[in-house]
Design a protein. Structure first.
Length: 293
């Protein structure tokens, strides 16, 4: 097995390589003077299982483009099987045509990757209108979940905690995590006025006064949903407010906004590299990849 990365997940790829006792081979990625992509493998791939570990953040468009070139090149070089491990899979939230003339980017992304890879493994993708990745991918697709890892981290690092889902979509994470560690969970109802203006109210009232509130979500992007949730529970007397998520994108100064709203601790998995990435998902991926050995 040969493991590599297009750059975004190199540290995670090397962790996986070490735990699998496999070979890590860096890709050469650069550009010609006119800006055209240059890509080169630096080891023999013929009859090998090639695993490319690459989250789609930062630079999701470039990541997708790099992966198409990397996957198809591995096939051209005679790889027995080419697997994409995308801990964070972008383009999943545009899962319908919300306005006339829009691109349904999730379907186009899936078609491009299905043509370039033999299998995809991802963690907690944004499945809202799709019930399964099989609805858009033409190759075997594996959806793993980091819920238990988040639950164990919360259990170890928090006390007298209450789990809060900031909106209806996130409640599946909040409820499962709360059940795993035997604490209370509630959900907040989000009313979205624009992509950056939301208001939040508690739907299932539970006491949060004097409690450590942990807001749980799959993705923190701009942070606006978490900010509104934090404001809500702070008014209700929460002793502390923390945010725990699978994927930390943190665009548009999200961390600064969260801190300003009173979120003391911000913790994510290392599906996307960064200072908040304190929950390691490498063993989760290793367990799945062992099936290919």
């Amino acid at each position: 097995m040969i493991i590599t990365s297009c750059g975004n997940s190199e540290l995670l790829a090397r962790k996986i390589t070490s735990k699998l006792h496999a070979k890590y081979s860096p890709l050469t990625l650069s550009s010609f003077p006119d800006g055209d992509l240059y890509l080169q493998y630096n080891t023999e791939l013929k009859n090998k299982v090639v695993v490319i570990v690459q989250s789609f953040q930062p630079h999701p468009a470039q990541s997708l483009f790099d992966l198409i070139f990397a996957g198809q090149t591995a096939k051209d070089l005679g790889a027995k099987k080419v697997i994409l491990v995308a801990p964070y899979l972008a383009y999943m939230r545009q899962d319908k045509r919300f306005h006339p003339g829009e691109c349904i980017s999730s379907r186009i992304m899936a078609r491009l990757l299905s043509h370039s890879f033999d299998k995809i493994i991802t963690i907690d993708p944004h499945l809202h209108r799709y019930k399964s990745l099989r609805e858009i991918f033409a190759i075997p697709s594996v959806k793993l979940s980091a819920n238990n890892l988040l639950a164990e981290y919360i259990k170890k690092h928090f006390h007298k905690e209450v789990i809060v889902g900031p909106d209806g979509e996130s409640y599946q994470w909040a409820e499962e995590i709360a059940h795993h560690i035997n604490v209370q969970a509630t959900v907040l109802k989000k009313t979205r006025f624009t992509s950056r203006h939301v208001e939040v109210k508690m739907v299932l009232p539970i006491p949060v006064k004097g409690k450590d509130v942990v807001i749980v979500d799959d993705i923190i992007s701009t942070g606006h949903t978490i900010v509104e949730a934090a404001k809500t529970v702070r008014k209700m007397g929460a002793r502390s407010i923390s945010a725990v998520a699978v994927h930390g994108l943190f665009v548009e100064d999200a961390i600064k906004k969260l801190k300003k709203a009173g979120v003391g601790k911000i913790i994510t998995t290392n599906s996307i590299a960064g200072k908040t990435a304190l929950i390691d998902i490498s063993l989760l991926l290793v367990k799945e990849l062992k099936k290919e050995l």
